[in-house]
Design a protein around this ligand. Sequence first.
Ligand code: HEM
Length: 406
Amino acid sequence: MNPDPHGRLDDLQRNPYPHYERARQTKGLSFLPELDAWLVTRDADVREVLRRPHDFSSANALRPDVLPAPTALAVLGGGFGGRPVVVTADGSRHQHLRAPIVRGLSPAKVAAVLPYAAERATTLVDGFAKNGHAELMTAYARRLPGDVVGRIVGLDPADVPAAVHGGYRAEELLFRPMEEAGQVAAAQDVVALQHLLDTYVRDRRANPRDDLCTELIKSLVPDAEGDLTLDQRHEMVAHLQNFLLAGHLTTTALIGTTVLHLLRHPGQWDLLCAEPDRIPAAIEEAARHDTALQGFRRVTTRTIVLAGTELPAGSSVFVAFGAANRDPARHPRPDEFDITRTPGRHLAFGLGVHACPGSQLAREQLRITLELLTSRLPGLRLADGRAVTMRPTLIHRSPQSLHVTW
Ligand code: HEM
């Protein structure tokens, strides 16, 4: 084992599966020093944690794996946000914050954005279809979800690239070890995004529109008129930043891993091209097999015994959706990628009160993507001689780059 703690975190982030396997086979729970948390890996244990939100609070769900340097924190101090958001809230506060998001992602709202999503996806594929090769993460997977979630929030399309960039920089800053100068630069990018979002918040307060930004302001700021206070602006920017990140990085990751695993199994890709009605099953299998959001933290609110291990109040646990999805007790042959398997109920989109409200939108973007790629580029293959490395992250697991040919 690498003695360098950052090296060990990197190893874990790039390939968490051996860690899960060891933990599943160990009696009780295992403590993982890389995450400074108890690792919950069995399907039944993960479900139990998610069904007991009073005992397992989400307050630490976004706790950084790496604490930024004081200079980077000082830069962040000049931005907005830093307030609890839906994913870190509990109880009635959580329900209050979640309600406008669930409305903003209702089946009708998702249906309304699909023509735009399909048009964007087609334009992106048109952009590289004649080339015979592409790097799919840059040319497609990092673009479609940002455009779609930006549309739902109400961003001007011209602002989407900056919003996407700011999301990646926030993730790097909080979850990746970096040199101090790099941290300061990342913090500056995050603050730039926050100032951009603040302009939207103030504009939509003055000029309401039919978008999620307006919906959040109306629901979460009680008084109907007047300028928002500085504190309310901080809160709104935090919600928007969190929503954007939750919406695009995850979906980008799942597009990347889905195409990767299909192309690593050319027989399954060819089957999907021949029988596109298998696309929904392929999406579920990809979401299960290499889960984009590998896990989130929870913290115990009192002494709890889980899987025979006593956890005092205040214990941090890492609830590994990605490990549960490889538990042989729930999914036979769990390490095999097989789009023809009888689907079992996976946890890629969580469960319980915090379960993903964007899962339908994500699945629709995957469907659009696979329908386009299987019909337009059935000869798609991984490019020869290009090893695929995974991005070092447990919250948006995806290929770093995906070179393909056809
Ligand atoms: C493949 C794509 C996606 C995956 C794998 C995913 C996964 C998840 C998971 C596992 C959770 C539960 C977190 C927890 O229990 O603490 C969650 C929550 C959430 N997701 Fe997604 N998600 C995806 C796409 C989206 C999209 C497209 C949106 C919005 C446009 C979205 C918005 C949210 C929000 C707001 C929450 C927090 C809900 C709450 O705390 O009540 N997600 N997501």
